[in-house]
Design a protein around this ligand. Sequence first.
Ligand SMILES: [Ca+2]
Ligand SMILES: [Ca+2]
Length: 755
Amino acid sequence: MNTHSASSKIGLRGIIIIFSLLAVGCAGGGGGQANLSPTPPPTPAPPPAAPTAADYETHEYNIQYGLGQMNVSHAYAAGAFGAGTTVAVIDSGIDDSYTELAGQVSPNSISIWEQQGGTLGSLTHGHGTFIGAVIAARRNDTEAHGVAPETTLLDIRVDRGVENPNIPGSSYPLYTETDFALAIDYAVSQGVNIISLSIARPPSAYEHNGTAIYAALRRAVDAGIIITIGTANYSAGTPLADRIIGDFLPASFADDPLMNGQIVVVPALNSSDTITDFSARAGVLSNFAISAAGEDIFIGLDANTRRLVRGVSFSGPHIAGALALLIGAFPNLEGVDALNLLYDTARDLGAPGVDDVYGHGVPDLMAAFTPQGQTELKLANGTISVSIDELMAGPSGAFGDWAWNSGLYNDAVFKDSYDRVFSLRGWMNQHRPGLTAQSSFENAANLSRSPTRTVALPNNASLSIRHPVETPRIYRQFDEEMGRTTAAISFHQSIGDLEIAAGRGFAAPAPVPAAGLSVLSQTAFSGAAAGYASHDNWQAIKLDRAGWQLGIRASGSTQVGFQALSLTRRMGDQVFGLEVGKSAEQDTALGSFVGNRLGNRSGSQNSFQAAVWSGALPSGWTGGARVEFVTTNMSLSEHIQIDETPMASAWTLAAHRPLFGGQFGLTVNQPLRIEQGAISSQVAVGVDEDWNLVYETRSGKLAPSGREIGLEAAYQWSLFGGADASIATRYAVNSGHIADNEDEVSLWFGLRSRR
Ligand SMILES: [Ca+2]
Ligand SMILES: [Ca+2]
């Protein structure tokens, strides 16, 4: 009466060899009992994009290794180029007569000295122009392009066009502290998002002690501006330990609590992700540091003006550009949030974690553009939250890919822990269901590996025991889900017209015996009832009188309670009958975690009706069939309306016969599948100007997109020395009830030696 032919032999030690021949994708059915086991949520994955990141990795992109080093192409693929942001470059002026900078510089750009009525000297210095190019050179298929090619540069020239008298013969321009502070105040007045400073010198080299700059930076911080500072250059070969950033202004203000973490210092990397031999290390400012490219930076201003430059002057602007991409893409992000996001998602370099060389590491914009922390879809005006991971968990059982198929979540949006709004569409595409897991294999293999003994007892009774075997890791979770970590036991006894049975494990006997020798379909004349009947602690009783059989079977576990009543009629060698029953599931509906996608772990009350047949056929065949219909009443949140009660179907048609000394079987089946059912719910579809979610009422069907039909052929025979062999193959279309899944072929070979 055991429903699993592979484990019903007496006194056998199970050795199972599984070959899976995969025509396409992976094998497995998702049918039968496997339907009743939950699907663990997959690991969240980054969003896809059309066009893809690779489409942006052009020659113009790749020539600047600092872009790839930060995975900037993933920001572009998400549509982020820095548009709508402004980066102030307080430096030696940006010459926008070069084609690469034409149109990139704000008309509000000024010279601080001229603004004060001064006259610029004749000294010009390309430094500011280079900074501007690193941030925002045009994406125009020539030369390089900046990190944020659509940000606006606010050029604030702060030098006076004369050489710094403290560094005679250097051609290094003179800045004064007063001019510097005025420049910062001007940037604040223009409402910029970021100030890029690449002017770090020892205080002695300046005409200032930092007091006025400090006060101006405080005003910038209060205005929400982020200040990026390339750290200091040392002469090549200075020992790393001696390259101390804290000696330099204004970088040394970064850890001042009043700066609110809005100053970031940027050690310079080479293309091998290593600190350059000239850059200061993060040092005591490591919590306020993140690294970026600063060696062999390609500056191509036009076809006649190209050079490679190096210096911490160029690492800072990379971070300014990265921040512009984030702030431009997520307008709700405060600057400090964007900076923290950059830190939180950085790729670690050097010693694990934040360290005193690289600070937080190097930005990873792919990660920064991925939702962070808790990600939830809020339904019904925020009263229900659905974890995105749970929402995107693989399709399961009878409901298959309904969540993808229903349209309920199309164009839905969700927020992450940074309050950023993402479209769900990308995630749904990313988690598009593929072929189902190898649960059928695991189920069959697990049962086969467990040795079973059946002992005949007096008075027409028998006792079967299946010992648990040490389970390979890949089956362990499945065992736990199915409650098979303890020994299975079943007892049968015939008393006159009465047959009684009870057990823990195995399965309560079905109204008619199974046919077809199925291993891979795992149908056991499948449907919801087959799954329930195999739960722990079952009892069955059958009364056989005058050709009529009245049967009752029941089972219970912590998750499921099940009772069924059957009436069959024997006419010669044919048996026909009906079975009706009810079940209650604690957390699931027909074994699927439907409620999780709707914000709660809801249970269900189910009722089913089945027609069964078993009987002899011509040419030595023995056949059997079962058709089952189930209605499931889910207990969903009051905010979800069930418009149409879900109804599912399952059927199996099977037969076997002796062949060449063994037994040959055929099974065709449709695993349990939702045929109808619909719900409606509110779904967040956007945000209003106050950044509150905007909802829309949606309705969606619960049925999956396809219908899995499987055909299985099986053969079982005895070998020399008392070994038994079984081989089975199953061909399935629409595996997992998913319409565009490719056809699936599975092959099973099992070998058992007698003890
Ligand atoms: Ca360009
Ligand atoms: Ca590190």
